[in-house]
Every structure is written in C-alpha cells, then in structure tokens.
Write a protein that binds this ligand. Structure first.
Ligand SMILES: [Zn+2]
Length: 1183
C-alpha cells in the first residue's frame, strides 16, 4: 500500500526538522525533506488511514493536558511567527505543523523547562537551560491558560537553572543515524518502547528533540546493506546506519522496542477491557496507564505522581505498561472484577462538586484531592460497622470466603485489620482463609494491603500536607540533590552544578530517587540491604552545604546534598535507621560521621570473620560485634593502627585485644580506613587532641621519654644539645601524622633529635602544658617565700589542670627528676634542666628565670607535689641504673628491650602465638607477642634472645612457615611481617625458628649472576580446584620455564614460542618441598602458590615444580627470592641489625652542639631565647 502523499501546497510540506534550528529552509526555498515530486517515502498521509481512531491509539494523546494553536517564535534571523499546533502532556511540550500530524516538529522535555513566563502582548516564554521558546496565543485568556498549565506541569521542579543535567530518558541504544533525505544525521535514541529523534547529541542532553515514535505501531525492515526502514501507519522512516554491523545493532534495538511496546500494551489493553478503567479514577483523563494496586484504582500518569507522594504505605503505584511483573493474573482479575466505577462508589461516594478533579486540574488541586480521597478517606462511603473493630474484623473474615471484592475493599479501608486473627489454627489470617476457600482474588487484594496505612480523617479537615507522619517503618521523602553515582571515592569538591535535583523516597526498605516528584519510575533504587555505609560529610565539603554519601554492596558511591540542615539531618537519621539492624540500634542515637557494616575478626578467633556494625563519632569507634553488645574503641588510645595485606585488612590493636577489619568492598573500606586513621591521628595541636596512651599521656611524650630513658640518660647535655633541625622537624611531623606507628629505634633515631622533638612538641603546644588560663598562676607561685605554702599552691594548681595535662606533667617531671638524678653522667643538673624546660613548657622567651624557677620547684619537690610513692620511685631509679649498667656491659651486642625494663609499657592486645625453636616439640615452644609491625627477623631475634642463643656470623636464623603436615616449609623474608602470616594461615601452619642452611650458597650463587633470571626444564604438576575441592589432577610433566624480573613463563618445550602459562612473580609464594601424597619424581621440589588479591576475583592456585638436583632447586629458589625482594635476601650487617643498633651517635650527620655545653648561664639563656624565637636561627648562626 502506498503511503505517499498526493500533491499539496508548499506551505503544507511538513518537516520533521525542528524549526528553531538554523536549518529553517523548510518554510522557504529548499526543504530538508524531499518534496513530493521525488516520490520519497517520507510522506504525510492526510487522508484515509489517518482516521481519528488510529490517532487515538497513540499513547501520546492519552495524557494530553492542553492543546491548541499557537504562533511560535521564528528561528533566528527569520521575521515571522510560525503557526503551530501545540500539545502538552506530562513529559513533553510538542509542536506540530497541524492538528492532524502524528509526528511533531519539535518537542521540549518538561523536565528541562526551567521557567514559564508571560512576556509582552499575548506572548509567553518557555525557558530551558540553554534555549528559550516564545509562543504567541490568540487571546489573553488563552495565553494565561498556557502559562498556568505549563507552570503547573513543571512546578514541582522550580529548579535552579544550573541543576538540570542528564537526560530524562534511560536509553537502550543511541547514536547518530542518517535519515534518508536529510543532509545531516540525527541523534537517535531508542528508549523503552519509543524512538526519539534529536538534531544532535547536545539537543538530546538538553531535552530538546524533534519527535518521538511510538513503537507499538512500528515495524522494522532491513532494506539494503546499511539501511533499514521503520514503518508506522503514518510514515516510513528510512534510516542509514554507518555500517552493516551498526545497522544490525539498530534493527535489533528497535525490534526490541517494538517487543517492549507490544508486551507493554498487553496488561493495559486487558485492564481497559473493563470500560470504566479507561478513564482515570481520580481526574477522568482518558487512557490511564497507571494503577494504585492496593487501592484498586486505575489512574493517569499525573495522578500517579500525586499518589506516589502519599508514600507506598498508602498507595502502591505501579505502571500498567512497565511493571509487568506485578501484574499477575489474579491482580488483573481483581481490577477487572472491581473497575474504577465500582471502586469509586466506595472511594468517591461523597465528593462535593467543588472539589472534584477534571483532566486539566492543576497539580495543587490534584494533590489536595488525592490526599483527601485516600489518605484521609474523606469521600469514602462509611461501612455500617465503622468504628467497631471486632465486628469489622469478623466481617472481613467472613467476607473473604466469598467473591465480593468491593465489600472487602470497603471493610479494609474502613478499619478492618487485614492481619487480624481468624481464630483458626489451620488458616490464622484472613489471607490464608481466602486461599483455603478458593478465593485467590480476595487473597490477592488482602496481600497488597498487609501493610497499608488506614485513611485517617483529620478532625479539622485541614489539608496540612507538610506534617505527614511517617509510619512506624522508616519512611521519608523529599527533594535532594544528587551527583552521578561513582565507582571511586569523592576526592574533589563537587560544585552545585554537579548535582541534579531528585525526588527521593525511603519506603518499604527501599531508597529511590526520581527525576521529579511527578515521575512514577525511579531513576534508581537502593535496597536497605544493599546499603553498607552512610557517611556524613563535614558541612561545606561540597557545593551544597550539607552532604552525605551512601555506599552500596556493589561498590558504588552515591553523593546527596541539600542546603537545609533539618532535611539533611532527617535523611541521615532515616536512612541509617533503615539499614542498621535492631541489634545495633543504639548506634543510631549517636551523632555519627560514618555508620555501616564491616567484616571483621578479633584476636580471639582468627579463623572466622563476622559482620560487625560500626559507627564513628569523633575519635571513638562504636562497635556491635555481637547482638546488643556495644563496645567503644578509643582510636586515639590505640596501641597500634595499621593497614596490612595490600590494603585489605585494617588492624586495630588496643589494650587487651586486636581487631582485624577486612576490606570486603573497596570503596566503603577505603572510606572507613581514611576516617578511622584520621580519627585516630592527633586531632589538633592541644594536648587532649593528641593520640593518647591508656594513662592519658600523649603517645609522642611517652615515646620520647621512654627512648631517652633507655638510650639517652648517659648522653652528655641531654635536652640541652640541639638535634639536627631537619630531622627534628621530620620526627615532629611523623609523630603528628601517627605517633603510634612511629617506633623510636636506637641507631635509626638520634638521642638529641628525640629530646628536641619532645621540647618542640611542648613549645608548640596550643594552650601549653599549663593552659593559657593558668600559666601565670604557676609562674606567680614561684614568688611564694614559704616553701610549704608554695608546695600547697602548686598542688592546688595541679588539681586544676585538665586530666590529660596533669598526667602529662607528672610523666614529664618524673622523667626530668630521673634525668637530674644521673647528672654526674649527663651533666644536666636540676638547674640546667630548669633553664631548658622553663621557657619550653611555659612558652616564654626565657629572658628571665621565672619559668625556669617553676620547673626547678616542680622537679625539686616532685615527691611532695605529686604525692609520689617513694618506694616506687626508688624501684624506677634502680631499673634505670640496671639499664645503664646493662648497656655498658653489653656494649652494642644486644638490644635493650622495652618490655623487660620498662614497667610503664602497657599490656597490649598483641596477638600471642606459639613459635617453635629449631624443632616442633613442646619443649621448644615459645609464646611470643606479635605486634603488627614485627618482622620475621625481629621475631627470630626475640626468640633467640629469650633462649640466650648468641647469633654468629653466617648463622642464617630465619622464621619459617611450616605447613601441610610439615611436608612443606618456607623461610619468611627477614623484612616480612609476621602478623599477616598468622592471620592468613589455617591451623595446620606453624612458625619455626631455625637456621636456613642454603642461604650462604644462595647468596654466593646470586653473587655470580649479572642479571637475575633463570631458565631451564622442570617437572610441572598442577592442582586444579575441582568443584572447590582442590583435588590434585594429572601427573608431573616436563616443561621449559623462563623466570625474569617480572614473570615466570611456562612453555611446552624449549622451541615453543607461546607460553602456556604466565605468572606475575610478585604474586607467587614459594615453599620448599612437595606433599608426598603427590609422589614427586625427585625429592627436590617446590610448591608454588599463586594468590591474586584482585577485589573482584580473588584467586588461589597451587602447583608443583620438581628439579633434578638440589643445586638446581636452590638456584631457582634463590632467583625467585632475589626477584621478589630486589636482591635483598639478608640484612647486610647480619640479623643483629634488626634489633641491635649503635649506641654512639651518628657523627656523620653532624651532631653539632648548638647550645654551649659548659658555657655561662647567660649564654645558655640567650641561646634558648633565640631558639624559641626562630627555630632555624640557631642553625644559621652556627653555619
Ligand atoms: Zn488522573
């Protein structure tokens, strides 16, 4: 059948091209459409087939809010207005050449309209972000009506102009397509059951298109190589794709759209079969394609939008076209059995004519009406039993056994309890009762109302919508601004323009966001079970003042913002409530910065991880690992905090326990790590904001004091000599970042650097050790003549100090007291110490001695002022003497370990593990505390030291991981951390300290090599994970291997070009030995474990390599190690180096004495004064 158009006048030539484009020749010389004489298939039938009934089929007509003739402003440069037939529906404002046209010349997505205003005589302006359209009506009334409906249509989103972004469509396929007869290509978008044409991609992005084609009347046919036709009863669109391949894609996408359209119309056609369902139950608009499935009404899209505003506890809104799954046969039958007319005999029994809606009613009226009708039940027909709960329930139970659906509806919405007890054990609920009595439709109706909130008429009849009370289950909605979801952390500031305004709802355990409050289909949803973390940003982090981040199970991050603090607070509260289980409910009462779930293990049970619920507030981590049992972890008081195993485990060591938090997902884990680290770091420059020990002393202070006590008490001029300024600055910075992780080590750190770090800490301390408020009182006390009176005054002042200051002062004065007790060794007597510490602690310039006097008093009367137990103090002094003696005796051979000599070292939660020495016998057992930072060498040394085993040169004592019934073993690299090994191995693995006999030979071998690589034959066997059982398969086969700095490649034989396998060397763990069960052909075998720690696909493979000789095996092994550890197989200075260090200061670094050691008091004061004014000044003076 020919669809061609007979001749017609030129002004009737219709263009598909949007006429506000530069290409506006359509009304003049050369139409972009081939004219009629070309017999093109682009024809516009005006007769015959274009009967009104066919047009009715177009869903574009269904929801038309207003239509009529308007003059549209001409394209740029043109002079006269063009007469256009204009139609408005919820989604689009479209304009056509005439009223018979099916395909518009242009369409503007209402979602992108930013403002509508009257301009000049009879004119009005429709503005989008990028473009303004001007229309002229025929009368003032007409103009005002258009403005009114347009505003109403876009009213829900008086968005800031910058916020419109993205597309209202969720495209299935898109790209440029040539439309035969047009000079330029069109940006074509296949979305759901429609095809949209845009002039270009930019227009698509701003929601200004040419036309849309409903695919329910479409048919797609291939024509030749690159072209295909989309035919509809009104027009044939001949498209040309860029390639044959592309054509196939397009045809496929469009056919799918047709399929979608046809299946979409299935439900709707059936529902409309009941005549009263073909107009909206609320406003009467034709062809309603939405429904409130619990209220049993079929409604139009605009009314559906208002229904959604009520929340799903009142109205469960579903599309007849898109929500195919909910439309069970039973539900369709319920809607056919009831029908809008009968249902309205209940819902709309008493509507005052003044309140009734019409299809053209504005949203305000709609909202009011729909709220009255369903939330308040204002117009319903009251059931005779209304108010009598028992009778209602009773009636419901009886009625559901018969087929009267309307009565059930009436009972439910007049207060009968859908969940009431029937009193029958066999069918305890009305729903089961209905099912038992073969009333599936009754059961279906009940099922959709199990959680429905009953209509409640407000006494004053008011329409106060703002005070919507959420039902007991968390429910909340409102506008938020959202950025596109992300697969990475938000590191940059997001400006307002990056956010789009979205209508968000939280209901039935689902958080959804919509294009606007008019849309019924969410742009996206997140189930509460998918939310793993909620993080509240500090105000003003982004363009919106208040923002929060949601992290999903699938590792996406969603950023939401608002300028309204109350709304922000409410959203955070409600979302947290929706996904935090009742067992961790107290977390919700905290004003957390971050809340969510994480997998973790604790020191008591390393084998099994469990889910923990965490909330972070300030520097406290609140944890629920077990039901209803909350714990608090004070992050600034942790003994240790580290991220281990390739950033996959966060280890928190606190007094008495160790907690491992595992990174199950990348994003939220990284967020937690950063937040916990920040919270555990020093929070600022005041004393109480530092990382603290259990006894409330800053970690930095105690670290320095401990270090000086051990290594510096005999150092001449300790605290008077200056360190190297750059090193002091670096130490201060390291402490500031994470004091806990810094372990001061002799040899690595110089005594004078550490002593100056301590001084600088106190000097720079905000508010000082004595507090800004009270500092002068302390100084004033020095003037008191009577000693006893003075001491009492100091005691009073001491009690006035905050807890942390008091504890810190006591620790420091205790330390200084000890220092001056050894003045014969270090030359720092009471007076000298006071000169140095007075100005430092009081933060004065040191020009007069008042501050020094105060410190002198405090040290001198330490015992009285601080009420010190003298016995305890003497014990401490004895210990220090022992240290000094031991250091003299041992000289540099052995380390002095913290734990043995220092009672102040606190009990910590380090994992205690059993380590064997030389043999796996009970008598060889050692129980060792393993801090997270402990290396294999440190562990080996610790064990040897306990057993008093001296370490000789070329004794390659190592820590071995022994597993598989001791059939395979692996010496840990000396720098390898021990804790991750304990953390990852099963019960069958053991740690054994023994010598590594082959080390010397390996080092010698590697010394002969120019480059580290190896190739040769080995016998290979693989262990494939078969059905997850890890059954060994196959036998040993000869293979050729090449090992180089990056990978191990396996070839079938020497001549093969292509490797059969290729492993990254860094991911391999090599054990010596092979399980006997596998019958290795030689006894020189290696077991190789390949572990890939990829987030998405963790992988573990195991295979075996057999060598002909021991030498061969050793060489392979040495090469592996050398590559993995970049040639660093053994500490250069032997194992001792790992713990023992030089006591003598490293003079190479120029340990210049900046303060004259034995100078006059005046010289000392001046240099202290200079130091306090400009830390660098002294350095400059000297140089
Ligand atoms: Zn309606």
């Amino acid at each position: 059948m020919s669809l061609q158009v007979p001749n017609h006048h030129k002004e009737r030539i219709c263009s598909l091209y949007s006429d506000d484009e530069v290409l506006d020749e359509d009304d003049r010389s050369s139409p972009p459409w081939p004219n009629e004489s070309s017999k093109s298939s682009f024809c516009l039938p005006h007769t015959g087939r274009l009967s009104p009934s066919i047009k009715e089929d177009s869903s574009q007509l269904a929801a038309v809010i207003k239509m009529g003739w308007l003059d549209k402003n001409p394209p740029q440069g043109a002079l006269y207005y063009q007469r256009r037939w204009v139609k408005l529906d919820v989604d689009y404002l479209r304009y056509f050449d005439n009223e018979k046209e099916v395909y518009s010349k242009g369409l503007i997505s209402t979602a992108f309209i930013t403002s509508v205003s009257s301009v000049g005589e009879l004119k009005f302006e429709v503005a989008t972000n990028n473009r303004t359209f001007i229309f002229r009506a025929e009368s003032e009334t007409e103009r005002n009506e258009w403005v009114c409906v347009l505003r109403d249509c876009t009213g829900g989103r008086h968005r800031q102009s910058s916020l419109t972004s993205g597309s209202p469509l969720a495209p299935d396929y898109q790209g440029y397509l040539e439309l035969r007869g047009l000079r330029s290509k069109l940006y074509t978008v296949v979305a759901s059951d429609k095809v949209f044409l845009y002039k270009n991609i930019d227009d698509y992005r701003i929601g200004v298109g040419i036309t849309s084609i409903d695919m329910n009347v479409g048919n797609v046919k291939d024509s030749d190589r690159r072209s295909f036709d989309l035919t509809t009863p009104y027009r044939i669109f001949s498209f040309i794709a860029e390639s044959e391949q592309m054509r196939e894609q397009w045809v496929k996408a469009m056919r799918e759209a047709i399929g979608e359209a046809l299946s979409n119309s299935e439900v709707v056609e059936r529902i409309w079969a009941e005549p009263s369902n073909s107009s909206c139950a609320d406003c009467g608009a034709p062809k309603p394609d939405w429904a409130a499935i619990n209220l049993c009404v079929v409604i139009c899209k605009r009314c559906a939008g208002e229904h959604r505003g009520l929340g799903p506890s009142i109205s469960k809104v579903r599309s007849l076209k898109m929500d195919k799954k909910v439309w069970t046969e039973e539900l369709i039958q319920v809607f056919l059995g009831l029908g809008n007319e009968r249902v309205n005999s209940f819902w709309a029994a008493n509507i005052p004519p003044s309140e009734a809606l019409s299809p053209s009613s504005g949203s305000e009226d709609r909202r009011r009406f729909i709220t009255n009708k369903y939330r308040q039940g204002k117009y319903r027909k009251y059931h005779p039993l209304y108010g009598n709960q028992r009778e209602l329930n009773n009636a419901l139970c009886i009625n559901v056994q018969c087929s009267d659906l309307l009565e059930t509806l009436s009972l439910i919405f007049c207060g009968a309890d859908v969940n009431c007890s029937t009193g029958m054990a066999s069918c305890p609920t009305p729903e089961s009762l209905a099912s038992t009595h073969s009333q599936p439709l009754q059961a279906e109706l009940l099922r959709h109302n199990l959680n429905t909130e009953l209509p409640q008429l407000q006494v004053d009849g008011g329409m106060d919508l703002e005070h919507y009370q959420p039902p007991p289950t968390v429910s909340y909605n409102g506008f938020l601004h959202k950025t596109a979801s992300m697969g990475r952390a938000v590191t940059e500031r997001k400006v307002k323009e990056d956010f789009s305004r979205r209508w968000c709802t939280l209901n039935d355990g689902t958080f959804s966001y919509y294009e606007s409050d008019k849309n019924a289909i969410p742009n996206g949803t997140l189930k509460d079970s998918d939310i793993v973390c909620l993080a509240v940003d500090a105000p003003d982090k982004h363009g919106f003042e208040f923002t929060f981040e949601l992290y999903s199970e699938s590792d996406r991050l969603y950023l939401f913002g608002t300028d309204d603090p109350d709304s922000h607070k409410e959203w955070v509260k409600c979302i947290a409530k929706s996904f935090i289980p009742a067992s961790a409910e107290p977390l919700l009462r905290l004003s957390f910065e971050r809340i969510g779930r994480l997998k973790c293990k604790d020191g008591l049970n390393l084998q099994q991880s469990k889910v923990g619920w965490f909330a972070l507030t300030g520097s406290t981590l609140h944890v629920y690992l077990e039901k209803n049992k909350g714990e608090e972890i004070h992050l600034r008081k942790l003994n240790e905090l580290s991220i281990q195993q390739d950033n996959e485990v966060l280890v928190l060591v606190e007094k008495g326990r160790t907690l491992y938090i595992e990174g199950e997902r990348k994003l939220d884990f990284a967020g937690w790590c950063a937040a916990i680290q920040a919270a555990a770091g020093s929070g600022g420059d005041t004393l109480s904001q530092q990382q603290l020990t259990e006894t409330d002393i800053p970690v930095i202070v105690l670290s320095c004091i401990d270090y000086i006590t051990q290594c510096g008490l005999t150092s001449e001029g300790i605290y008077r000599k200056s360190g190297v300024n750059s090193r002091v600055a670096a130490l201060c910075e390291r402490f500031r970042q994470d004091a806990r992780s810094l372990r001061l080590k002799e040899g690595e750190h110089q005594v004078d650097d550490v002593s100056n770090t301590l001084k600088r800490f106190f000097r720079d301390l905000e508010e000082g050790l004595f507090t800004t408020e009270n500092g002068s009182n302390w100084l004033g006390a020095t003037a008191i003549q009577d000693e006893n009176e003075k001491i009492s005054e100091y005691k009073v002042l001491l009690d006035r100090l905050p807890r942390v200051n008091k504890a810190t002062l006591q620790a420091l004065i205790n330390h200084l007291y000890c220092v001056q007790r050894f003045a014969d060794l270090n030359q720092m007597n009471l007076h000298n110490l006071a000169i140095v510490f007075g100005p430092t602690l009081f933060q004065t310039d040191g020009k007069d001695y008042t501050a020094g006097r105060a410190i002198e008093d405090l040290i001198q009367h330490y015992i009285l002022i601080f009420e010190v137990d003298e016995q305890q103090l003497n014990k401490q002094l004895e210990e220090i003497k022992a240290i000094i003696k031991m250091r003299e005796k041992l000289n540099t051979k052995f380390p002095v370990r913290n734990a043995d000599i220092h009672p102040r070292t606190e009990g910590d939660g380090h994992f205690i593990c059993t380590v064997y020495l030389e043999e796996l016998k009970a008598t060889a057992e050692q129980h060792v505390k393993i801090p997270g930072s402990m290396t294999a060498a440190e562990l080996a040394y610790e064990v040897l030291d306990r057993r008093n085993i001296p370490v000789k040169e070329k004794d390659y004592w190592s820590c071995w991981e022994v597993c598989e019934n001791q059939e395979i073993e692996r010496p840990l690299h000396y720098q390898e951390r021990v804790l991750p090994i304990l953390h990852s191995v099963g019960n069958e693995s053991l740690l054994l300290i023994k010598k590594q006999p082959a080390m010397d030979a390996m080092i010698t071998y590697l010394g002969t090599k120019v480059d580290v690589s190896k190739h040769g034959m080995m016998k290979f066997r693989e262990e494939r994970a078969f059905l997850g059982l890890g059954l060994p398969t196959g036998n040993f086969h000869d293979r050729f291997f090449i090992l180089n700095s990056t990978s191990l490649r396996m070839y079938k034989d020497v001549r093969s070009n292509k490797p059969e396998r290729d492993w990254g060397v860094k991911n391999l763990k090599i054990y010596l030995g092979i399980k006997k069960k596998l019958r290795p052909p030689t006894c020189w075998g290696l077991t190789v474990v390949y572990e890939s720690k990829k987030q998405d696909k963790p992988e573990r493979q195991q295979w075996y390599l057999c060598c002909e000789t021991q030498t061969e095996m050793r060489e392979w092994y040495a090469t592996f190690l050398s590559i993995q550890y970049e040639g660093n197989l053994w500490p250069q200075d032997g194992l001792q180096q790992s713990r023992v260090s030089r006591v003598l200061p490293d003079t190479r670094h120029g340990n210049v004495s900046l303060i004259p050691l034995r100078g006059s008091e005046n010289e000392m004061r001046n240099s202290v004064a200079a130091f306090s004014q400009d830390a660098l000044a002294l350095l400059r003076d000297v140089r």
